[in-house]
Design a binder for this molecule. Sequence first.
Ligand code: ARG
Length: 299
Amino acid sequence: MREKHGGERIRAPTMRVMTLTEPLVTSATRTPATKTVLMCRPDHFTVSYRINPWMFPQNPTDTAKAVAQWEVLHDTYVGLGFDVKLIDPIPGLPDMVYAANGGFTLDGVAYGASFTYPERQPEGPAYMDWFAANGFQVAVPKEINEGEGDFLLVGDVILAGTGFRSANDSHGELGRIFDRPVVSLNLVNPSYYHLDTAIAVLDDRPESANIAYLPSAFDEPSLEILRERFPDAIIVTEEDAAVLGLNSFSDGYNIVIASRAKDFERQLRERGFNPIGVDLSELLRGGGGVKCCTLELRA
Ligand code: ARG
């Protein structure tokens, strides 16, 4: 017996209209890169001096809470398949948890840090010792610089911040050591004193390099550079920047961010990234967030 098909209606194919808010890149097109990072457990974390506007030494800190929050970040990285290395925390160096400031590594070379404030200066040699003991060729700095706090590799260039911490001369030193173009950017707001508080690297691979940033943290010439180089950058709100939302770490797909940076989270999702929120409220009291606690190791 033959079935009858006559009664079926022909349906028009479903048409989807692209709206402006629709993601141009879907999560299917983004791929994570495998990252190796260095972290420092905040066993000795406290706020005992004031070297940035976030720090209030008169307010007591909760070291156990800082450790618990840091452990969530650590375990998040492990869960993402990152290779997480640890440096031993040193008593009396409460800011050592902000490993991003310990140096800048690329091509197996570690450019050591030379800190602006005496309180953090002993961290420089401590991190350089770690680099040397872990297979890096160490370039001892002549110029004041605070490592990946101010130096961000994006595609083929290194973005370098100055204005509050790393000296402008360190940008030249950086360029000579790594033989890469360095783009200097001027920071103008003391609350965003390190470049990694004002710019998030969303993807560092040359073919898909992109960033997010807070325009008000830069002077006009620097903004012109950013607009020209990164026309597709995410612009974050003042609110998100004020919880150090930009201070995030990305593998090109997964981006670990401050859980309170809600609009940044939405924008990342729209672009096909996978934002993962963590709460580092206790470490924020030292003026640092996710990225500050993370130094990328590029062997
Ligand atoms: N208390 C530290 C300082 O002022 C915080 C460092 C934050 N690190 C960073 N990469 N932004 O030096």
